[in-house]
Structures are given as C-alpha cells and as structure tokens.
Design a protein around this ligand. Sequence first.
Ligand SMILES: [Zn+2]
Length: 473
Amino acid sequence: MSKITSQSQDFSQWYLDIVKVAELADYSKVKGCMVIKPYGYAIWENIQRELDSRIKAADVKNVYFPLLIPESFLQREKEHVEGFMPECAVVTHGGGKKLTENLVIRPTSETIMYDTFSDWIKSYRDLPLKINQWANIVRWEMRTRPFLRTTEFLWQEGHTAHKDKAGADEEAHRALKMYEDFDRDFLALPVLTGRKSDKEKFAGALYTLSTEALAKDGKAIQAGTSHNLGMTFAESFNINYQDENGALQKVWQTSWGVSTRLIGTLIVVHGDEKGLRLPPKVAPTQVVIVPIYKTDGEERETVLKAARQIASDLKRFRVLIDERDTYTPGFKFTEWEVKGVPLRIEIGPRDLAKNSCILARRDTSEKTSLEISELFTAVPKLLDQIQENMYEQALKFREEMTSEIGTYEDFKKILEEKGGFLVTGWCGKETCEQKIQEETKATIRVIKEENTKCKCVYCGEKSSHKVYFARAY
Ligand SMILES: [Zn+2]
C-alpha cells in the first residue's frame, strides 16, 4: 500500500493521498474532472439516500431537466450571467453543424427551470411549487482538487416558488436547517450557519445562507448553500400568477444545494494521520471482520465459519468479511483503517477457543476483547458512540479554533499562526471586506449577529455586524 503523507507536514498532499489510497477517486484524462470509484460512490449514494428522504419529507418532488441550456436563457438575468458565464462550457456544434444558438452545459439550473416555471405557474393555486433535481454540473475551474473543487460534480438543487417574501424566507431557512441537521446527525459535521455578505452571495440572489465546516488545517469549507432569490428571476422569466383577487403578481423564489464536495468535507474534517475516518451512518462498510488463520488446514474453515456466523448475527448493519487469502491480517488492518471503517472485529483460533473476539474502534484506536455472544448488543451501542464521539471531536476542534478578535494586528497574527474562525466586527462596507481579503486571503464566511455593538476590525468605525472570517477552500 502507498504511504500517506503526514497531515502536519503537508495537508494538501495528505488529502490527495487519502483520495488515492482509500480508493475514493481517480484523475481522468480531462483536466479537472474525476472518476469516482466504487468506494467513493458508495459514500455518495448513502448521502443521496438519506438527504433525498429528508427533501421528500418537506414535500419537495424530484424532477429532471436538460443538461443543455440555450445561451440566451443565461443572458436574461444580468447578475446571474456575469457570475456564471466566465466558467461555462459552451456547445457550439451539434451533428457536425454549427448551431444557430450556442448551448451552455448547466452550471446550475435556475434559467432552464424558470423558463418552464412560467408555463407551470398560472394561479395562486399552483403555489408553492417545490422541486429538486439530482444531477451533474459543469463549471470551468482553473484550480481543481478531487471532491473539493472539480470541473464536473454531482449535486442536488432544490428550486421553489412562493406567493410572497415570507414564503421564500421560510423555505430558504428550512433548507438551511435541513442541511445543518443532516450534517450533524448523519455526517457528524458541526457547521456554522448564517447569511453571506453581499460580496459572497449567489449571483442573482437577494441573500445567500450557508453552512460552513472547519477543516483540520484551520480552513473553512462551504458545505451547502440556500438562496432567497427574491423576484429577480420572476422578472427575467415572467413567472406571474393570479392572486385570490384576480390581480397579476410575481412569484418569490429560492434555490438550495449540496454537492459531492460533502465527501471532501468529510475527509478534511474527520481524517487523521492513519487515513479516512467515516461516521458509521455514512460509511459504506460499518463493520469489517478480519479472520486470522493459517491458510493451510482446518483452522481456516473453523475461523471463517465463526466469522460468517458473526456477520449473519449483525446483518442489519453493513458488514464485510475480508476473506482474501492473498493479504496478511496486518495489511488488512491498515487498509480498512485508511478507508475509515468505524469498527473492526478480529477473530483467530485463540479468540475462538475462548468464544471471544477483538473489537477495534477507528475513531479512538481503542481495542477491547469481548465475548462473541455480546457482539449483538455491543456493536449497535459502539456505532452510536463512534458517531457521537466524532461529532464531539470535530465540535471541540472548531471551538478551540474560534478566536474573538479586537484589532487588525491580532487578526493577521492569529490567522497566520493558528487559522480557524476569527469572530470580529465589520462595518458592513464592501471596501473593508475587499481590503481584508486582499491583505490576508480571509473572507467573511457567515454573518454571526446583525444587531450588536462593535467596531470594524479594519476601519475602526462603529458597526453592528459580528462576522466569522476565515481562509477557505
Ligand atoms: Zn470597516
């Protein structure tokens, strides 16, 4: 097995090593695109399954829209086209002929969906309209990294239309809360939530809400976003409805999404020197059984029989028996540690003679000996504990890495020496935000409080915004 670079030595290289050695993804021949391998895709499928059921529980229906969008659709919304056109891939030819109108490969689906919304929505009875799409997206990125930033990625995008601002506000916040809960309960990720500054918001949105995780190298990572789009797109795409009194009104809209970036987030938040660590709920394999035996003779059959019985007793979990004779137990231990399997059961002839086995936790590296008959009750308890412990560890790390900052000198010093989230005052002016970014590479991740008394860390003016700054992925 290839060696993994130490996190403390070179975090970026450590990350790339994990993606490769844990067999999550490969580079493709197309720059910036990745091949998601079976183990990586199984993580995505678990994310998809759980999140899809939460989306449906909110009465949102799944749909599918075309990959190709007429270029003129993007042109209809000024801010949107300015934000997205520079990173669009454009199809100019089809069937060997130059097209009469260029087609853009979707960088996001607002424009193509909302052109259809204007047909679907006629009356207040058609509202709210709430749909979601699981799809691939292309954004021409200059600097890419598997899962964290790729030219093509997979995501879900929710799109809704409402009668009024209150409806859109409520939906934008509902989606944010759904992501926050999902991140905490399923991925063991503590995330900050809040509004983005205008500079950082989605192109064309009234406001953007975001979930932000903290990577082990002290950088923030935007894990999901939810936008109140106001009436911007309704105006460009003529999405009107007749209200209860017969008057023509424009709809209010939202869109919200998370992507395969969540897999990158899992790696940078939970990974350690030994490799990936996966929270049990999202892990493709929750329990791996490594049988230990001499490959010649009866021992093999006896041990395997016991291992298969254990797997059968635990069949309500995702259990795998590593029966490969071509690798040593030691090699297998390392491999499953790199892949982040939460729980490992080791069983050999000596354990079997005592009706016991060894249980090894990936999150704490603890090993305990246990009667085989106890596994049935011990495994579910342990998986719950691991899930919870991983969340607590990540939360503790974030708390230790969050600093209250008074002066700009301290801001620069803490950012350089420690990183993490810097909580400080901001006057609300884009010029200060811009200067800070140019001088330190830190950006406002989310606004913490909007009505509080403090001073802008840059210009010193009285301000009402407390914000979280960080360098980010
Ligand atoms: Zn200022």
